[in-house]
Design a protein around this ligand. Structure first.
Ligand SMILES: [Mg+2]
Length: 320
């Protein structure tokens, strides 16, 4: 993969990404604290969408690499799924192994995803996790079989009709949008595929939904029309308060990779917020940025974090 290298100048940064001439970064002078190897993959979206490189680097400089000391007392990992527990959209043997290892050591994993109630209800019974929150904070499924609606919806049939009307309104303006294949398995929100939509399109859709009294978010795979105040952090806080009341914020790590994880990165709620490296695609657009970022992308980044937490756990057990 093409990489961009530090220039010999102490405060400078320069490089060229051969396949993409638009990624010329010579003469950008920024104060770089970051030792991460920047790949073209990380830079290209910022460049393509016209975001200034200096803004990108300023956002990047706020992130910290993982370190052992902060993760010694972690007892629960609340993690996004797509792009965070997957590699090119699939679970991997390394993921199953590390989840098993975490569970064996009493470190609980709770999935917090935008995926549908139907999918999550199935996934939670197959993976070694304690539970999963579906639809960006809409519902909670326990591994032991319980389920709970996390948002106040009084008539689910009427709710879905209203969501369908909002989607129809967007489709009239953006005829290319198609309902996601998992939309039929949803209860609280309505989804369509994000592929082919520009940031400008997404911003317009966001504005349309807001003015009609709905919220809107998107991930690497889908766009979501959802009730106002339905977000991952609100759902997670409800679940933590109800099912894990003894855990302190320092014992909880949140992990994600994209804009629908933004609320999980809010440092006042979740001080141990981690982005896997592919979060760099969006880092200059997030109001809340993760405190830490892994070196590896997608599930390899999650495994990097999990191994660090296990190492920290064992080192504190030995010293304790
Ligand atoms: Mg994701």
């Amino acid at each position: 993969m093409p990489t961009i290298h530090e220039s010999p100048e102490p405060q400078g940064f320069g490089g060229r990404c051969p396949p993409h001439k638009s990624c010329i970064l010579f003469n950008c002078r920024v104060n770089i604290k970051w030792r991460f190897v920047l790949t073209h993959d990380a830079i290209a979206p910022a460049d393509k969408d016209g975001v200034r490189f200096v803004d990108f680097m300023a956002a990047l400089s706020q992130l910290q690499p993982l370190s052992l000391d902060q993760f010694k007392v972690v007892r629960l990992i609340a993690t996004d799924m797509d792009g965070t527990l997957t590699q090119h959209g699939k679970f991997t043997p390394a993921l199953l192994q590390v989840l098993t290892e975490l569970a064996a050591n009493g470190i609980q994993v709770l999935i917090v995803t935008g995926r549908s109630a139907g999918w999550v209800n199935g996934i939670v019974s197959y993976l070694p996790v304690v539970g999963a929150i579906a639809e960006n904070g809409g519902l909670f499924y326990q591994a032991s079989g319980g389920e709970e609606l996390l948002v106040p919806i009084f008539d689910l049939v009427e709710h879905r009709q209203q969501l369908a009307e909002m989607f129809g309104g967007l489709q009239a303006e953006f005829p290319q949008i198609q309902e996601s294949s998992d939309n039929r398995f949803r209860i609280t929100d309505w989804t369509f595929d994000v592929q082919g939509l520009s940031l400008e399109d997404l911003q317009q859709m966001h504005d349309r939904c807001q003015s009609a009294g709905w919220d809107f978010t998107y991930s690497t795979v889908q766009c979501h029309i959802k009730p106002l105040h339905q977000e991952k952090a609100i759902g997670l806080s409800q679940v933590l308060n109800q099912y894990f009341p003894d855990l302190t914020p320092e014992q909880i790590v949140t992990v994600g990779d994209s804009p629908n994880d933004e609320s999980l990165f809010a440092g006042d709620r979740f001080p141990l917020a981690v982005g896997v490296a592919n979060v760099l695609h969006y880092v200059d657009r997030l109001a809340h940025k993760p405190a830490y970022v892994t070196q590896a992308s997608e599930v390899a980044g999650f495994c990097e974090l999990a191994q660090l937490i296990l190492k920290a756990f064992h080192s504190s057990s030995r010293s304790g």
